[in-house]
Ligand binder design. Structure first.
Ligand SMILES: *Cc1c(COP(=O)(O)O)cnc(C)c1O
Length: 338
């Protein structure tokens, strides 16, 4: 039975599907996991995720490909990143094999919610790892819950890639140099809400963060990495210990190399931004969001075409989504059939 969803009307918002998968870690080991139909947890009121922020998440997608098969994109990278996050906030690690098994089981159980090929949609997979045991002193939990939920999401761009304006808010930092910016924890997002709303109220859909120490180097956007394309066609992306290493950025770098573009991962001065021919934000949700203007202290920097996407970013975007939908050969073994 297919789900009665108007695929072309889907956005990026919560929608209940048939089930999620849930595992519990107790006494040093993970259980077998269970598909749960009710989207509620019976959680202890002293759980460490509620009080002390032991909560990590991930985001990846599964696609119905041109050949009709469903494939998840680079789930192994998300598994490894979540393990790294778990270590940083002292949570039980989810082994990669368990993580990949969870992806297969939960996507398979919700096949009717995977948007059909041609709609531009995908099944968004949201893994969540939380400290669920009671603990009132500040210490790691003795119990962990690993959840993977899925929901169908629509094509972000109905027409061509649409550029957005970004703002630098010098009164806020995203992540300290030796803090937790490089791991995907809920607390980073709680801290980003205030500047995000401020940026939004000023008419900017995204905010760009500079390094917390000096505010001289570009770090990343609120929820996505920064990419600049130079006038002579080099792919440049910032290197910093407080950036969240994006799977999308890693993939686009590889695609850029495949297309013969030099790739530079290095510190990027904010003063260099005006030299870029094209700038974009990149992440799983949208792949690429072209950025055509960056404003800091009322001063505006314009980059790329005013009303569309630059040619290099457009090419990278086409290739990336082509691989995800099985239209272009998956030469790097990124797609896992479900
Ligand atoms: C999740 C996230 C990204 C994007 O990572 P992808 O793996 O490409 O989805 C970028 N920056 C931050 C801060 C993030 O949390």
């Amino acid at each position: 039975m297919t789900a009665s969803i108007e695929w072309d009307k889907l956005g990026f918002s919560y929608l209940q599907t048939d089930c999620h998968i849930r595992y519990t870690w107790r006494d040093g080991k993970w259980d077998e996991g269970r598909l749960e139909t009710e989207p509620y947890l019976n959680l202890h009121i002293a759980a460490t995720c509620l009080h002390y922020g032991q909560a990590a998440f991930e985001g990846l997608k599964a696609f119905t490909c041109k050949d009709g098969k469903i494939r998840a994109f680079r789930a192994d990278m998300n598994a490894r990143r979540m393990a790294m996050t778990a270590r940083r906030i002292c949570m039980a690690e989810v082994p990669e094999t368990l993580f990949l098994d969870a992806v297969r089981r939960v996507v398979d159980a919700n096949r009717r919610f995977v948007p059909p090929y041609g709609t531009g949609g995908s099944l968004y997979v949201r893994p969540l790892l939380i400290g669920s045991g009671p603990q009132i002193g500040v210490n790691p939990s003795g119990e962990y819950t690993f959840i993977m939920m899925v929901l169908p999401v629509g094509a972000y761009y109905k027409g061509g890639l649409k550029p957005v304006r970004a703002v630098v808010l010098d009164d806020y930092d995203r992540a300290a140099p030796q803090g937790t910016g490089h791991v995907k924890i809920g607390g980073n997002y709680a801290a980003s809400l205030q500047p995000h709303l401020l940026a939004h109220d000023q008419g900017y859909p995204v905010e760009l963060y500079l390094d917390a120490r000096e505010h001289r180097y570009v770090e990343e956007f609120g929820t996505s990495n920064f990419i600049g394309i130079t006038k002579d066609g080099r792919y440049v992306t910032p290197k910093s210990p407080s950036i969240l290493a994006s799977v999308t950025n890693d993939s686009l770098q590889q695609i850029a190399r495949d297309l013969g573009l030099p790739v530079e991962v290095r510190p990027v001065l904010f003063s260099e931004v005006k030299e870029f021919a094209e700038v974009a934000a990149c992440g799983t949700a949208v792949v690429i969001t072209p950025v055509n203007e960056i404003v800091r202290n009322g001063e505006s920097i314009r980059v790329g075409p005013a009303d569309g996407c630059g040619p290099t970013l457009e090419k990278l975007y086409r290739r990336m989504t082509g691989i995800q939908y099985g239209e272009i050969a998956d030469t790097h073994g990124w797609c896992m059939e479900i």
